[in-house]
Design a binder for this molecule. Structure first.
Ligand code: ARG
Length: 576
């Protein structure tokens, strides 16, 4: 959008002046203060240093080479050499018009074909047969938002749910199934009974009951060795546990292109170890096999003494499979920061095998805390189940909907609205954090009508939409009107500029894979709209042209909010 157009103009101006214009373009930024114009280019200083010249002179020279009159007022040079740009209203109005007419992308250009990449996004990946808890929400919603944004930019995106469906938890389940299962209850309520059995065994193993701990390991080993009975139990319990997980995905509107869990790779692990041994990248150590790294004492183990493979072995096999099958340019792993060392080792091993031309990124995130500042738990000290969490959010949202209801919603409408608000609140609360920080889970805060919440954003959207209902206005018809947009009021102009930054906000959110850049943008947009709405009458505008112009700003605001929320995996409501 705007920033890209400006960058192109500066590239042309800098060509022939310096060799590497590209590397300076990041120094063109929105101005912090309107008195410095709308955008500022701050590269005269570093350039002057490089060329051993006076910054202001360099700035003058660049401005002289710059062909930008159709977009901006004549650039001003301030202080030591800041180039201040103020966009022409006609240019802004033109851009807005294009956005209005662009049904699906509201003016956001697709990425250039030469920059399109294939991304694999590895996210969610819960450990099947353990109850899914609040921590899993982070990977799930962050991964989903990133995948949606990348797709919207025009990349090829493959989502893959690397389920933990082959780990020691199955040893526990199998042991529990054999020794503690309440058959009758299991028939009626398999998921609950399996998680009870899991907890029983886990507790006994944790209480350093060595006999049970050993039995669990033995059951896991038997499963991995292809024992028929254990495989039968595995095949029987897996779908039950998947039912529960899928229910959560449905509630969050999440689906994956592939769900290739750890079990999918189990017969490929031997080869991985053999090949790494053969190439000398891995070596034996005390009967086990590990990959050693320069300057590090601890290796990455890929086969234990007893022959068992590890989490890392599976991840190596997974990378190999993904490279062969999907030929990706990048693999993104959205996983808890506590696995940082695992991914460092994994990526180093891949590089040791000579694979360089692929981006491998661990997108880390912090912990969800309770109001007491400790990892979020129920009163009884259990981890909080995800379904219960979503239920509670919907329940509280329903109270809000009922107490605010001026629109005479039917019971069904109330429930549907509460569903969207409740789920949206949880998703947005997570995405609006700097992902690397821990955050405190609070229903009250996430459902607040004011502040940086989904509820506020959904409310802003519904408020914009209500103007069209109130004024009995046909949105489609308004969009076809050809009157020029009017941007004379500062609040109109500020809203217009903000609307045109949507594409940049997505780019910023993807630069370091931080969805909170998009939530921050949407919050800013909603605030700019609020000021506009206070200062600029829409339905009672002075004349028809102005009314149309303002309605178009409203329409574009609503569509941008809606699209932005959709990219985050959040639904809107027409009324609330
Ligand atoms: N199952 C793992 C866990 O719950 C997450 C999997 C992440 N993806 C991966 N390729 N290792 O900790």
């Amino acid at each position: 959008m705007i920033l890209n157009i400006l960058k192109n103009r500066f590239t042309l101006a800098l060509a022939g002046f310096i060799d590497d214009p590209e590397s300076y373009l990041d120094l063109i930024r929105p101005s912090q203060d309107a008195k410095f114009g709308d955008f500022q280019a701050n590269f005269a200083m570093p350039l002057a240093k490089k060329l051993s010249r006076v910054p202001r002179e360099v700035a003058n020279e660049i401005v002289a080479r710059l062909k930008i009159d159709d977009l901006c007022q004549p650039p001003e040079i301030a202080g030591p050499g800041f180039i201040n740009l103020r966009l022409r209203n006609e240019f802004l109005a033109d851009m807005l018009r294009k956005a209005v007419n662009d049904e699906n992308r509201i003016g956001v250009a697709l990425i250039e074909p030469s920059k399109q990449k294939t991304y694999i996004v590895d996210y969610s990946g819960p450990n099947v047969a353990k109850p899914m808890h609040v921590g899993h929400i982070r990977s799930t919603v962050i991964g989903n938002a990133l995948a949606r944004m990348l797709r919207f930019q025009g990349h090829r995106v493959i989502t893959d749910n690397h389920l933990g469906d082959w780990g020691t938890q199955f040893g526990m389940i199998i042991y529990g199934y054999r020794n503690f299962l309440d058959r009758e209850f299991y028939q009626k309520n398999p998921v609950e009974e399996l998680s009870r059995v899991y907890r029983v065994v886990r507790q006994k193993a944790d209480e350093s009951n060595e006999e049970i701990a050993a039995a669990v390991l033995a059951e896991t080993a038997k499963l991995h060795a292809g024992d028929v009975e254990n495989l039968k139990i595995w095949n029987e319990v897996l779908p039950h546990s998947m039912d529960e997980i899928n229910q959560i995905y449905q509630r969050l509107h999440i689906s994956f292109d592939y769900t290739l869990g750890e079990s999918f790779y189990h017969n490929k692990l031997g080869d991985v170890v053999d090949d790494l041994l053969k190439s000398g990248i891995a070596r034996e150590t005390d009967g086990a096999v590990g990959v050693f790294f320069d300057g590090e004492e601890v290796p990455m183990l890929i086969r234990k003494k007893d022959g068992a493979f590890l989490y890392g072995t599976t991840d190596l096999a997974t990378i190999r499979y993904r490279l062969e099958t999907f030929k990706p340019d990048a693999i993104l792993y959205v996983v808890d920061f506590r696995q940082s060392l695992h991914f460092e080792h994994l990526f180093k091993t891949v590089r040791l095998t000579g694979i360089e031309n692929i981006e491998l990124t661990h997108i880390k995130f912090g912990t969800v805390l309770g109001e007491d500042g400790k990892p979020f738990k129920t009163r009884s000290g259990d981890t909080v189940g995800l379904n219960g969490l979503l239920n509670e959010a919907e329940k509280r949202a329903l109270e809000i909907v009922r107490s605010n209801d001026k629109s005479g919603f039917s019971e069904t409408e109330q429930l549907e609205t509460a569903r969207r608000i409740g789920i949206g609140a949880i998703v947005y609360a997570d995405l609006s954090q700097n992902r690397e920080s821990d955050y405190v889970f609070s229903y009250d805060k996430m459902l607040a009508m004011n502040g940086n919440t989904a509820t506020y954003m959904q409310y802003a959207f519904a408020r914009v939409r209500s103007i069209f209902v109130k004024g009995n206005i046909d949105i489609q018809e308004i969009r076809t009107k050809t009157e020029k947009l009017v941007l004379t009021e500062p609040a109109e102009r500020a809203l217009a500029l903000e609307l045109l930054k949507f594409g940049e906000a997505i780019g910023l959110a993807l630069r370091d894979y931080r969805p909170n850049f998009l939530t921050a943008y949407l919050f800013e947009l909603a605030n700019k709209y609020s000021v506009f709405f206070e200062q600029c009458p829409v339905l009672k505008a002075a004349d028809d042209n102005l009314k149309t112009s303002r309605l178009l700003l409203c329409d574009l605001t609503a569509r941008t909010l809606q699209k932005g929320l959709e990219l985050l995996g959040i639904e809107t409501v027409e009324r609330m």
